[in-house]
Design a protein around this ligand. Structure first.
Ligand SMILES: [Zn+2]
Length: 411
């Protein structure tokens, strides 16, 4: 059987069910805490019986760019999705970047499905499902909309009966566990040879690694990974991004509202700041991440803005359009005049008025987006063959995971 070629890689067709889990927001610190507590026996066992490593996520360390990277095996410069939300440089309109029309690469899922491999993708959120399901037919649905699946659109119906419970609340740990349980049922019923299971980071946004909610969630994840391995699957696990505390010692969010700061200094209307973390599902972090795009207006010089931003405490890096596209592997034509990242403890916002912090009551702000959240787990249920043991000695990316799961897992 011919391998599948995509973006400079050749993927073997699966010879046993092959599952990639994108554990949304699974910073390595969650696994460290779970292993230390003795709760992650399967994942801990990968150190001896499989592969336990770390990889760098794509920048910005947000959900959509990284999910698309994982299913295309390529950075945003290739697939075109550089945020959840963007400003269209040509029209000036602010748009969601979740339209499949913005995708510049086919996905591995689409190519596998077209080649006759039974393919399934299950996501927590429906927005992502629509993007990942583009261009192929097979089983593709979200736990968010699990009560409305049709054979015509999702390749499956009766998902709630299949999983054995009603669709979970949008803001719950079960939104992710439902994805995993659906994946287990699909394998049990022989309905998929290649699977992509993409979770939600609801738990990680609200809870530090050593909190009971985080420990029990990752324990539940570990049990489901064990179930998949028990069914004969090769399981690869990585994350779209890590997660860091972005709060001050008093518990209030540590945020620089960059558009406000710059317009105060350079004059009203001098800049527009776009937060590409924005999506309709942000109640738990107020659309605050550590990566923003700055568009200079009214003839303001980007270099002057950059100098001012570099003087602010909590800023990690300020790059102009060309440098950002090169260093972060982003599509130049969709890039802003400046790209700004906050450090591990600092979130960046646009204007105070644009961010609703009401959903943050009760917990500290935890978020992602910058270089401090780039390091993620990279796990495989099976040992690596010799060629991939070698490959694993150089820098791994989260979007190498299908390559490793399909080509690198020893028989
Ligand atoms: Zn995410």
């Amino acid at each position: 059987m011919e391998p599948i070629a995509l973006n400079g890689r050749l993927y073997r067709r699966p010879t046993r069910p092959t599952v990639v889990i994108c554990a949304d927001g699974c910073d390595p610190s969650y696994l460290e805490a779970g292993i230390a507590a003795g709760l992650l026996r399967t994942i801990a066992g990968f150190r001896e019986r499989g592969f336990f490593g770390f990889a760098d996520a794509a920048m910005p360390t947000f959900t959509n760019p990284n999910n698309v990277s994982i299913v295309t095996g390529a950075p945003p410069s290739v697939h075109g999705i550089s945020g959840n939300f963007a400003l269209d440089r040509e029209t000036g309109a602010e748009i969601m970047m979740t339209d499949p029309a913005m995708l510049r690469s086919p996905t591995l899922l689409a190519l596998m499905s077209q080649a006759g491999v039974a393919t399934a993708a299950v996501t927590a959120k429906d927005k992502l499902r629509r993007m990942l399901g583009h261009g192929w037919s097979g089983v593709c649905f979200s736990s968010e909309m699990a009560d409305g699946c049709t054979l015509a659109e999702h390749g499956i119906e009766g998902v709630e009966a299949l999983v054995g419970r009603p669709k979970p609340d949008m803001y719950s740990a079960d939104l992710s566990l439902f994805v995993l349980d659906a994946g287990i049922r699909l394998v049990e019923q022989d309905r998929a040879e290649i699977l992509y299971l993409s979770l939600s980071d609801y738990v990680q946004h609200g809870h530090a690694p050593d909190e009971a909610e985080a420990l029990s969630f990752h324990c539940a994840l570990d049990e489901r990974i064990a179930a998949l391995i028990g069914l004969g699957c090769v399981v690869g696990v990585t994350a779209d991004h890590g997660m860091n505390d972005k709060a001050l010692p008093d518990g209030s969010p540590h945020v620089i509202f960059l558009e406000d700061v710059l317009n105060r200094e350079f004059g009203a209307g001098a800049v527009r700041v776009i937060c590409p973390i924005t999506d309709p599902f942000v109640r738990h972090h107020g659309a605050l991440g550590s990566f923003v795009r700055v568009y200079a207006r009214n003839g303001t010089a980007p270099a002057e803005l950059a100098r001012a931003i570099r003087g602010l405490p909590g800023i990690d890096q300020v790059l102009d359009r060309g440098a950002a596209a090169a260093e972060y592997e982003l599509p130049y034509d969709r890039e802003a005049d400046l790209v700004v990242t906050g450090d591990g403890n600092t979130a960046l916002g646009s204007t105070v008025a644009e961010h609703d912090l009401a959903g943050l009551t009760g917990h500290r702000l935890r978020s992602h987006g910058g270089r401090s959240e780039q390091r993620v787990p990279f796990l495989l249920s099976h040992p690596l063959n010799a060629a991939y043991r070698d490959k694993a000695k150089s820098r791994l990316r989260n979007f190498d995971i299908y390559d490793f799961a399909l080509n690198g897992a020893a028989a």
